[in-house]
Structures are given as C-alpha cells and as structure tokens.
Design a protein around this ligand. Structure first.
Ligand SMILES: Cc1cc2nc3c(=O)[nH]c(=O)nc-3n(C[C@H](O)[C@H](O)[C@H](O)COP(=O)(O)OP(=O)(O)OC[C@H]3O[C@@H](n4cnc5c(N)ncnc54)[C@H](O)[C@@H]3O)c2cc1C
Length: 451
C-alpha cells in the first residue's frame, strides 16, 4: 500500500492533463498526513436570483459540456453547472434551462447537456409512476437499521466518515459531508465502491447521500443507486475501476494512492442485491396543467418540490395567503444534515418572499410538527375554503398528501393540485427505458414543442 511519487501520480492522470493542461486547474485543499482533507468552501445557489445568475454564467459554456462533464476536480467542480440544488428545489426549472439553451445554441451543440437536464425529468416521471419503489426503499432503510449486525454498522460508519482506507473514496465522503455536493462521476464511483467493493447495502448508502446532498432527490438519488447496484436496468451494473478514475480525476485527487489497489481493473465484481419488487407502472393521475377556477377565499401551499410559483400555472391566481411548512420531526426522520436543513430554509424563505411580492398577499414559512394539521389550522384561521398547490412529486412531501386530504375533507375544505405542462408532456413518456423516452423527448425539443 505504498504511496506513489508525485511523478507517478501525475502519469496516472495523463488523460486529464492532456485535456486541461497540467496547471490549468487551481487545486484548493491541502495534503494533511497521508489523506486529503478537503477544506473547501463551495456555495450553491439557494435563491432564484442566485440560480439565474449561475445559469447565465454557465450558459456560454454549454457547448463545451459534453467534452468536460466527466472530469472530476478538487472542489469546486469546473466542468459542470452546480445547478442541481436549485433545480431540485424548483428555484429554476428544466423548461427554462432548455428554452434558454435552444435559443442560445440550438439543439446539436447542446445535445449532451439537454439530455442530462432531461434525464432528471425522466427519473421523476419514472418514479411518479412507481411510488412503490420509493416506499420500499424507505422501509428497507428502517428495517436494515434495526437488523444489521454491529460489525456491518461500524464498517458503514467508517466508510461514510471517510475512513475506508481508500484515500480517494475517503476524500469524496468528506467532500460530500462538507459541501453537500459531489460530481456525478464521483457519485457513481462512490456508490459502486460502497455496494460492490465494500459489499454494504445500497439502501443505506443511498440514505447517506439523501441526508447530505443539497440536491437530494427521491427520484434521481434512489434510482441512480439502484442503477449502480444493478437493480434498475436488467443486466447492467456499474463497477468502479482504477483505470477509469485515473482517466477522469484531476491528478491531485489520486496523489495519495492508498487503497487504490482494491479498485484495480477486474478486482471489483458485481454484488447484485436481490429483491422482489413489482416494477410495473401505475397510471399517472389526470391533473390539470392550468390554474383551477376557484371562488371564495383560498390559499396557496408552497413546498420544496416547486419554489417558483410565479412562473407556474398558478401565476394568475389571486390567493388570500400563501404558506410553506417546515417540520423538524421530518428532518429528524430523514436524519438530514444541518447544511441540508439550512439550504431548505433558505430556499423556502426565498420562494415565500417572491410569492408574496408576485401575488400581493402575505406569505410565510411555518415550523410545525404535523404538516396536515398545520395546513388545516391555517386555512381555518384564515377562513379559507380551498387550498391550491403545485403537485408534489413522489417523495417526502407527497407522503403527507393522504393525511392532508383527510384533514381538509374533515374540515370541508377543497384541495386542487396542478402540474406543470413540462411534466404533463414528459412524465407519461418515462414509462420504460431512458432511450425510448429520449427519442420522443429530443424530437419534441428539435420541433420546438416543449418551450
Ligand atoms: C449515486 C447517484 C446519486 C445521485 N443523486 C442525485 C440526487 O439526489 N439529486 C440529483 O439532482 N441528482 C442526483 N444524481 C445525478 C447527478 O449526479 C446530479 O444531478 C449532478 O451531479 C448534479 O450536478 P450539476 O448540477 O453540477 O450537474 P450538471 O452536469 O451541470 O447537470 C445539469 C443538470 O442536469 C441534471 N442531471 C445531470 N446529470 C444527471 C443525472 N445523471 N441524473 C439525473 N439528472 C442529471 C441535474 O438536474 C443537473 O442539475 C445522482 C447520481 C448518482 C450516480
């Protein structure tokens, strides 16, 4: 387990340097003992203004995205947008990103970028049709926590704390905890390392990501972990390989070579977990993609699946008030990191502020243990007889819907859920594999049908 010389380390990363130049990338962070301790500051847009500024700065670089996107640097990443927390929270929408991209560059030079942006919508639509996959993952997380032997739990803690002994994987574990973000390739490597090299349960690796990622998304996270595990696409498993790391990592990331021999090409073999889940799709509910006709006093419920109500189909409504609800018990349930909680609060505050200005009515963020009870109490107090909201996606917010429906029904208050036209058009296409979806979606993009 010798530490390779800097020259050897540099040779390992020839491909990276060939593409970007040996000193083309600034290298923050410092070597502390043998392992990297990434002392990084990386900020992600958590308001709409910041998201739009980040997007405007990235837009000219879209044509270079396809060539650079797989290369991983020390944080902050230079070859990808860093927009995912903002996209996740709906501070900026995929539709806006796609529209601006096509206006600025046209389809062909931006194809890879457009495909990745639409990949997210594919995962969302796929899971929306199979909520049982989300529920099964959460149940397994709780069951495994109860039943796993102590030795496995201790190993999981060591690996997620950055003490696996494979220096580059430990760097990524700490980078995730410190910044709330990892490059896509680093996510793939780390998930594969967890599942196929460490032979740990994918469900708890996915849970570790869900606790820390600022972009933590029930669809992208769960389904990407399933894909790496070999559960999502029959016969396809993603195996981490040293050669791949050497090709795509900035040299500094591999300068400490400890543990790399565990990832030698051919050393990591598939550990495909077994499961017996019904993957068949459920029909999507027939939701309107335009504002409902509401009479009387009504309120808007805003949540972290869509924080840009002023650009939504609800934009022309005249509500009497707007509410968003945060819940400490929910954060505790999902064991969210403090960084993830504060990012949610920042985005909700921003969403409420913009909504108040746009709809010209009071908007607030309320802390409450029980979302359904808090919504019911607010509506009664405000003497409102209807609640309108953008439809939450399969995940934590939508899990509260049955209780919300019951509470509102018991109070005689109506509930209207609305979806964005983007989702109405694309979610039904995400019924099978990505490539049939992309064939239809890219045709719509080229024909200007989605913008
Ligand atoms: C194990 C694993 C877990 C993941 N968990 C999440 C998650 O919880 N939330 C999340 O948003 N993404 C997740 N991803 C997908 C992807 O890693 C991130 O979307 C991407 O790294 C976000 O960084 P970016 O905005 O700089 O990406 P860019 O490369 O700049 O991409 C722009 C946008 O396209 C979308 N996108 C890009 N790549 C993907 C992809 N592979 N799958 C789906 N959408 C993509 C995102 O909305 C992203 O913001 C996961 C991937 C893996 C392998």
């Amino acid at each position: 387990m010798g530490k390779k010389s800097a020259t050897e380390g540099a040779l390992l990363c020839r491909s990276f340097e060939k593409r970007f130049g040996s000193d083309g990338i600034a290298v923050p962070g410092a070597l502390c003992g043998a392992l990297y301790h990434p002392v990084v500051t990386q900020s992600f847009p958590l308001t709409r203004d910041e998201a739009l500024a980040r997007w405007r700065a990235f837009l000219p670089h879209v044509p270079a995205y396809a060539a650079g996107r797989n290369y991983v640097t020390m944080a902050p990443q230079r070859h990808v947008s860093g927009l995912s927390p903002a996209v996740r929270l709906g501070l900026i929408t995929p539709q806006e990103i796609v529209r601006d991209t096509l206006e600025e560059h046209g389809y062909q030079p931006a194809e890879k970028w457009l495909q990745e942006v639409c990949w997210r919508t594919y995962w969302k639509g796929w899971l929306q049709q199979r909520p049982q996959i989300w529920r099964a993952w959460r149940q397994r997380v709780h069951a495994l926590r109860e039943t796993l032997p102590d030795a496995v739990k201790q190993r999981m803690e060591a690996v997620s704390a950055g003490h696996s002994g494979v220096a580059v994987m430990d760097h990524f574990a700490r980078e995730l905890a410190e910044t709330g973000y990892l490059h896509n390739h680093a996510r793939m490597w780390w998930a594969s390392f967890w599942i196929h090299a460490e032979r740990l349960p994918w469900e708890l690796g996915a849970d570790f990501f869900f606790q820390h990622l600022l972009d933590a998304d029930p669809a992208s996270n769960t389904l990407s972990w399933r894909w790496v595990a070999g559960l999502q696409t029959a016969g396809k498993t993603y195996l981490v390989r040293r050669g791949n790391l050497e090709r795509f990592c900035e040299p500094a990331l591999l300068q400490d070579t400890r543990g790399l021999e565990r990832l030698e090409d051919g050393c990591v073999t598939a550990a495909i977990p077994r499961e017996d889940l019904d993957m068949s799709p459920h029909a999507l509910p027939d939701l309107p993609d335009r504002a409902p006709e509401v009479t009387g006093r009504f309120g808007l419920w805003m949540h972290a699946d869509d924080l840009c109500l002023e650009s939504s189909p609800l934009r022309s409504l005249r509500p009497a008030g707007i509410i968003a609800i945060t819940s400490q018990p929910a954060y505790d349930h999902y064991r969210l990191s403090p960084q993830r909680i504060s990012s949610l609060h920042a985005a909700l505050q921003d969403g409420a502020g913009r909504a108040s200005a746009h709809f010209r009515c009071p908007a607030g963020v309320l802390e409450a243990a029980d979302t359904a009870a808090a919504l019911g109490a607010w509506l009664q107090e405000q003497r409102m007889d209807t609640l309108v909201s953008m439809r939450p996606h399969t995940g934590p917010v939508a899990d509260a819907l049955p209780a919300i429906r019951r509470t509102l029904a018991s109070l005689g208050i109506g509930l209207h859920l609305v979806q964005r036209p983007w989702e109405a058009q694309l979610f039904p296409l995400a019924c099978a594999g990505f490539f049939p979806y992309w064939e239809k979606t890219s045709r719509k993009l080229r024909e200007g049908l989605l913008t």
